[in-house]
Design a protein around this ligand. Structure first.
Ligand code: NAG
Length: 524
């Protein structure tokens, strides 16, 4: 604290022109005055020396955001979004915004509200997901959307705040992200009006990486838990997500908090964001904190409902997928079947589940037909919360042993497509491109063997835009399990009871070898 104090008091003085002796005497003198004049434990209570300004009206805090500004908006889904500041932008009526935010809320909450009023010109996001209006505006050419892999988005923002203009990542290599030409804006007739730029490729240690540029904003709109009166910030649980890196990457950072507390209420070493990054603080008095999916433990039904065919297929895949878990593993599981597989982890092994919004150590969800992402979860003792840039450092850095995810198509060399159907369906890649690009992470695809109408999903070459190139290690379907060799192709290693390799050939769109050790499909 003393060091901070010195630096703050010297703000504006030219250090080089001061003799050390003079410098020390000034510090001592000024410090003495400060310490005597101010209430104990609070060095900076006069507004002139505070780095952050405190607001009581959120509209006052955002009223100078001009038309055409780039705003960084924290949050993941609806968790940790600056709801009061977003609502204030509805009042100021600012237009033509470029909004950098992982998602765009839902149709009637969060950034979704600013989409409805057409105040946003461009979104830079990783996930469109369940926001119907977002998808509609994009596909109809009313909204520009720069879809960016989630980890790349977090790191571009982190780099922006840290003064790094660009960096190299393996994420997106061999996909539309690298090749360019991905639609940012559609024309009314469905042709592409604005396409994404091609990325520079460079090889390091025998692997290909693409160059991604930093993102900075004019303003950051942040939701935190508490600020102290000096403007230091702490976040609550997973609400840290994109808020933490965004605080540092804007010219003006505006933080809304639930509580403003005295300096010293939280220890200096527990501060997530030091006040230097915080220009404005607003304390909200009401928070809706809407939850997208509330999942609670289900009471076991007396008479379970009879299973549909699709349930039987899913359960077969789930019970095979659960055998991929090994003791001590760190795993990231996609929504749907992979997450459900975690319910079948054998009780005698420990698997640490990572969730890319910033949790390590969540517990397997219970069997539920309504299993989709952005739902509430429970964490185990020993769990940790962290920000999105940290989460993807973990992923990109190869610290996660296993990732399981669904697919629309997989090629014989392990190319994966699961994030969009051009012109028709755009969910966004979320964190999938980062997860599959990580060297050292085993990538297991769980999916139904064929699409509706019997169309092949396992192919010579994917026809849909790729999520990753030569990245899949194993494919598990309700009929078979394949190992993938990234240069030699597929080997059938397990087949469902009663089926033969010829049956599998008939429903697979590419050639495969049959393992000499072919065995019946295993189930947990
Ligand atoms: C998980 O990966 C780490 C390296 O990041 C490795 O040391 C460890 O043995 C792996 N654990 C399992 C169970 O695969």
């Amino acid at each position: 604290t003393l060091l901070d104090l010195h630096l703050w008091l010297l703000d504006g003085l030219n250090l080089h022109s001061l003799l050390l002796k003079d410098l020390l005497s000034r510090i001592a003198y000024l410090s003495f005055i400060q310490l005597n004049e101010l209430p104990c434990g609070c060095y900076f209570s006069t507004s002139s020396q505070r780095s952050s300004d405190f607001y009581t009206d959120p509209t006052e805090a955002v009223k100078d955001i001009p038309d055409g500004a780039t705003i960084l908006v924290g949050g993941f889904g609806l968790c940790g979004i600056p709801e009061n500041l977003i609502n204030s932008l509805l009042k100021t009526g600012v237009k033509g915004l470029t909004a950098v935010s992982n998602n765009a809320g839902v149709d009637n909450f969060g950034l979704g509200l600013l989409l409805q009023t057409k105040q946003i010109k461009r979104m830079i996001s990783s996930y469109v997901g369940e926001n119907v209006e977002f998808e509609r505006q994009y596909l109809s050419g009313e909204l520009e959307v720069e879809l960016t892999p989630q980890g790349t988005l977090a790191e571009r923002i982190r780099a922006g705040g840290a003064g790094i203009p660009a960096f190299f990542t393996a994420t997106g290599y061999g996909t539309l992200i690298q090749e360019g030409g991905s639609p940012i804006k559609y024309n009314k007739d469905g042709s592409i009006a604005i396409a994404s730029e091609k990325r520079q490729v460079q090889e390091f240690n025998g692997r290909q990486y693409i160059m991604e540029k930093a993102i900075t904003g004019d303003f950051a709109l942040i939701k935190a838990w508490k600020a102290d009166r000096a403007g230091n910030i702490v976040f609550r649980k997973t609400a840290r997500n994109f808020n933490q890196p965004m605080c540092k990457a804007a010219k003006t950072t505006i933080v809304e908090v639930e509580e403003v507390v005295d300096v010293g209420t939280f220890a200096a070493e527990d501060i997530h964001i030091p006040s230097i990054y915080v220009q404005r603080v607003f304390q909200g008095d009401s928070y809706e904190k809407r939850i997208e999916k509330r999942t609670v433990k289900k009471v076991q039904e007396q008479q379970p409902k009879p299973k549909k065919d699709s349930d039987i297929v899913r359960e077969r895949i789930i019970r095979r997928a659960a055998l991929e878990f090994e003791d001590g593993m760190y795993a990231n599981l996609g929504i749907g079947i992979p997450m459900l597989a975690s319910n079948f982890i054998k009780p005698d092994i420990t698997v640490h589940l990572q969730s890319e919004n910033g949790i390590l150590g969540l517990i397997p969800i219970l069997w539920s037909e309504l299993c989709v992402g952005k739902e509430t979860v429970t964490v185990l003792p020993g769990a940790a919360y962290f920000s999105s840039d940290e989460s993807f450092a973990m992923i990109r850095g190869g610290h996660i042993n296993l990732t399981m995810l669904g697919a629309m198509q997989v090629s014989k060399y392990g190319d994966l497509a699961n994030w969009m159907i051009p012109g028709k369906m755009v969910k966004g890649m979320g964190g999938a491109m980062d997860l599959v690009a990580s060297a050292g992470t085993k990538v297991v695809v769980t999916m139904e063997h064929s699409a509706k109408g019997g169309k092949h999903k396992i192919l010579d070459k994917c026809s849909l835009p790729l999520t990753g190139k030569q990245c899949v290690d194993r494919i598990i379907t309700e009929k078979a399990v394949f190992d993938v060799d990234k240069t030699k192709g597929l080997t059938l290693i397990e087949v469902w009871e009663g089926l033969t390799p010829d049956d599998i050939k008939a429903c697979t769109g590419t050639h495969f070898e049959v393992s000499p050790k072919l065995r019946p499909m295993q189930q947990i």
